[in-house]
Write a protein that binds this ligand. Structure first.
Ligand code: GTP
Ligand code: SPV
Ligand code: MN
Length: 621
C-alpha cells in the first residue's frame, strides 16, 4: 500500500523539498528519487498519478506559462498547441549515445562514450539543473500491466509537457506505481531535464531547453540520461530510449526483439485476418499504414500500433507482437481526409497535443497538405503571422500530433492483449526513388533478414540534419539499435531459430516512394497500399502469382489489383520490374555497407553474407 503525503512532506530526507502526490512504497524508487533531487535541487517534487485532474492542473499551468495554447473547444476539445524552440524540433542523432562498457559493444552505428566518463561529464550539468522548477516522477509501464513480463520504467523530468505527453503515450501513474510497489519491481531509470534552472524571481520562457543536448543510454544498468531537449523521442523516455534502444538490449538478453514497427490487422473479403508488422524509417509511412482506409472493396484494416513493436516467440512457436505504447506521436504534415481520414477523425475527438503546427484564426490547427487550398491567414509554427504569400512553411516539416490510441476509429480489439497477437507478415520499407520495386517477397527468413539489413531510405525531417540523402537503415533501426549492429542481425536469426520454422512470418520489402523523371510518385500510396497488402496476404495463402528474380519474388503485374487506378502499363512495369542495371549499381553499395559494419572483430552473419554473394552471382551471371 502507498501512503498519501500532504503538500509539504514530513520526509526530511528529501531535504525539505515540498512533495505533492503519493510516494510509492518502493524502496529503490524512493532512494533514487532522493538521490536525483539532491543532485538537481528542484523547488518541488511531484509524484504523478496519471489522473484527469492531473492533466487538467498541468495543462492549466502550461497555458498560464505560455507553453500551451488552448485550441477551440468546439473544434478540438481539450486539445493544445505548443511551439518549441526553433532549435529543438526533432531527434538529435548526433547527440545520442550508447554508453556500453566498451565501444565494441555499441558498434559502428552508434556514438559511444565510456559510461563512467559520460556520467562525469553529465553530473555537473545536472547539478542544480532543476532549480526553481518542479521535478515530476512518472512511473510507467511499456506494454500491458497484465503482461507476463511487465516492463516498468520511471521517468524523472522537469518538463510538465513531458508529463502530459506521457499521459497519452504510456500506461502511467498510480496503478503502475502500485503494481511496482507490490513486487518491488525493477525498472528502467530515465532522468530528463531541459537543462534550464530558474533563479529566484526569474521568468521562464515558453519552451525552455539548453543548447547543449545529450541523449544517453546506459544499457547495462538500464539507465537513460537525457539533457537539453524537450522534444518527442529526446524527452519521452519510454519511446525510443526505453522501448527501442534499452529494449533491444533487454530483448537480446531475453530472446525477444524490440523493433521500429507499425502493427496492423487486415481482414480480407473472405473474412480471414492477418497481422502485419512493418519497419519503415522515421517519417516513411508507418502511422499512415497502421490506419489505412482500404480502397479495395470488402477489405477491413484495423490499427494495433504505429511506431514500435515488441516481438516474442510464443508457446505455440509463433512470433507474438505487442505495441508497448498507448498513443500516437505522428507526423502532421501530409495528413488529410484523403491520405489519413482515421487520424483526422481521431483528432476531432480532442484530448490531443499538437507540436509545431500552424494555428488558424478560429483556434484550430493547420499544416501543409491538410487541405487543397491554403488558408488566407494563419499563425505559423514560430508564432508569426502567415499568409500563402509569406514564402515559408506554416508548419514545421516534423510537426507532430500526440493522440490517444483508444480514440482511433479503427482500433483493433486485440490492441490491449497483454501478451500480444501472432504475426503473419513482416514488411520492410523506405523512401527510394529508384531501384527498389513496389513489393518484393523474401525467399525465406534468412533472405528476409538480408533484405532488412540492406534497407535504405532518403532521410527525413524526423531527425535533425540533411533531408533527402539516401542512407542505409537496417530494419529501420539505425538510430535505435542499442548494441553492435552485427550482433543485432545475428539476433534476428537466433530468435527465428527459437520459433517453429513453418510458423515464422513471411517477409516482404515494399517501396511506396518510386518517382518518375519529374519527381512525381509513381504509386498513389496511402489507402491504395491495400492493393499491395492484398498481394502479400494472397502470397501467404498461396493464391498469388509471383515471378522469381535474383532479388526475390516480384508480383506478376497481372496479379496486382490496380483496377480503377488508371496506371499506365509502363508505370506498372517500372513499379514491379527487376532492373539488373540498377542492381548492378546497388550491390557494391550493399557490400560497402556490410564491410563498414564489421568492426571490433564482429562479422555480419555468414548466412546473411551468403545472400549477398548469391545476389551478386545472379545479377552478374
Ligand atoms: P515516424 O513517426 O517518424 O516513425 O514516421 P512514420 O513512419 O510513422 O511516418 P508517417 O506515416 O507519419 O508518414 C510520414 C510522411 O510520409 C507523411 O507526410 C505522410 O503523408 C507520408 N506518407 C505516408 N504514407 C505514404 C504513402 O503511401 N505514399 C506517399 N507518397 N507518402 C506517404
Ligand atoms: C521517429 O523519429 O521515428 C519518431 C518520432 O517516431 S520521435 O518520437 O521523436 O523519435
Ligand atoms: Mn518512429
Amino acid at each position: 500500500m502507498s501512503q498519501t503525503v500532504p503538500d509539504t512532506t514530513e520526509l526530511t530526507s528529501y531535504d525539505d523539498i515540498p512533495v505533492r502526490g503519493v510516494v510509492p512504497e518502493h524502496a529503490a524508487l524512493r532512494a533514487w528519487v532522493r538521490e536525483v533531487a539532491a543532485l538537481t535541487k528542484p523547488a518541488a517534487i511531484e509524484f504523478c498519478d496519471g489522473s484527469p485532474q492531473e492533466w487538467q492542473r498541468l495543462t492549466d499551468l502550461l497555458v498560464a506559462a505560455g507553453t500551451l495554447i488552448q485550441l477551440s473547444p468546439q473544434r478540438k476539445p481539450n486539445s493544445f498547441l505548443t511551439r518549441t524552440d526553433p532549435d529543438d524540433t526533432a531527434r538529435v542523432e548526433n547527440r545520442t549515445f550508447i554508453c556500453a562498457p566498451t565501444q565494441a559493444e555499441a558498434g559502428p552505428t552508434n556514438h559511444w562514450v565510456d559510461p563512467t566518463q559520460m556520467k562525469q561529464t553529465m553530473t555537473p550539468l545536472y547539478d542544480g539543473c532543476m532549480r526553481g522548477r518542479t521535478m515530476y516522477v512518472i512511473p510507467y509501464c511499456m506494454g500491458s500491466l497484465q503482461a507476463s513480463h511487465p516492463q516498468f520504467g520511471v521517468e524523472i523530468t522537469d518538463s510538465a509537457y513531458v508529463v502530459i505527453s506521457m499521459h497519452i503515450m504510456t500506461r502511467m501513474g498510480a496503478a503502475v506505481a502500485e503494481a511496482m510497489a507490490a513486487t518491488q519491481a525493477s525498472f528502467v531509470r530515465g532522468l530528463h531535464s531541459v537543462g534550464v534552472p530558474l533563479a529566484p524571481g526569474e521568468s521562464d520562457v515558453p519552451w525552455p531547453c539548453n543548447p547543449e543536448k545529450y541523449i544517453c543510454h546506459f544499457p547495462q544498468t538500464r539507465e537513460i540520461w537525457s539533457y537539453g531537449s524537450g522534444y518527442g523521442g529526446n524527452s519521452l523516455l519510454g519511446k525510443k530510449c526505453f522501448a527501442l534502444r534499452i529494449g533491444s538490449v533487454i530483448g537480446r538478453e531475453e530472446g525477444w526483439m524490440a523493433e521500429h514497427m507499425l502493427l496492423l490487422k487486415l481482414t480480407n473479403p473472405q473474412g480471414r485476418s492477418f497481422v502485419i508488422v512493418g519497419a519503415f524509417p522515421s517519417a516513411c509511412g508507418k502511422t499512415n499504414l497502421a490506419m489505412l482506409q482500404p480502397t479495395l472493396p470488402g477489405w477491413k484494416a484495423e490499427a494495433l500500433g504505429d511506431d514500435i513493436a515488441w516481438l516474442r516467440p510464443g508457446p505455440d512457436g509463433r512470433l507474438y507482437a505487442v505495441n508497448p505504447e498507448t498513443g500516437m506521436f505522428g507526423v502532421a504534415p501530409g495528413t488529410s481526409d484523403e491520405t489519413n481520414p482515421n487520424a483526422m477523425a481521431m483528432m476531432v475527438r480532442g484530448n490531443s497535443i499538437f507540436t509545431n503546427t500552424a494555428l488558424t484564426p478560429d483556434g484550430d490547427i493547420w499544416w501543409e497538405g491538410m487541405t487543397p487550398e491554403q488558408p488566407e491567414h494563419l499563425t505559423d509554427w514560430r508564432g508569426f503571422p502567415w499568409t500563402p504569400r509569406t514564402g515559408v512553411r506554416a508548419a514545421h516539416p516534423n510537426a507532430r500530433y500526440t493522440m490517444p490510441m483508444d480514440q482511433c476509429p479503427v482500433l483493433a480489439p486485440e490492441y490491449d492483449l497483454p501478451d500480444g497477437i501472432p504475426v503473419d507478415a513482416i514488411i520492410f520499407g523506405g523512401r527510394r526513388p529508384t531501384t527498389i520495386p513496389l513489393v518484393n517477397q523474401a525467399r525465406d527468413w534468412t533472405h528476409g533478414v538480408f533484405l532488412g539489413a540492406t534497407c535504405s531510405s532518403e532521410t527525413t525531417a524526423a531527425a535533425a540534419g540533411a533531408v533527402g540523402v539516401v542512407r542505409r537503415d537496417p530494419m529501420a533501426m539505425l538510430p535505435f539499435i542499442g548494441y553492435h549492429v552485427a550482433d543485432y542481425l545475428q539476433h534476428w536469426l537466433d530468435v527465428a531459430a527459437a520459433t517453429t520454422p513453418d510458423k515464422l512470418p513471411a517477409i516482404f520489402y515494399v517501396n511506396w516512394f518510386r518517382k518518375d523523371a519529374d519527381g512525381h510518385f509513381l504509386w498513389p500510396g496511402f489507402g491504395d497500399n491495400v492493393r499491395v497488402l492484398d498481394w502479400i496476404t494472397r502470397r501467404i495463402e498461396g493464391r498469388a502469382k509471383a515471378v522469381e528474380t535474383p532479388i526475390g519474388w516480384l508480383p506478376d503485374p497481372d496479379d496486382l489489383d490496380v483496377a480503377g487506378l488508371g496506371l499506365d502499363a509502363d508505370v506498372l512495369d517500372q513499379l514491379t520490374r527487376y532492373d539488373p542495371a540498377a542492381w548492378a549499381k546497388e550491390i557494391p553499395l550493399v557490400e560497402q555497407w556490410f564491410d563498414s559494419l564489421e568492426t571490433d572483430g564482429k562479422h555480419i552473419p555468414d548466412e546473411v553474407r551468403a545472400q549477398l554473394d548469391r545476389l551478386r552471382a545472379a545479377v552478374n551471371g
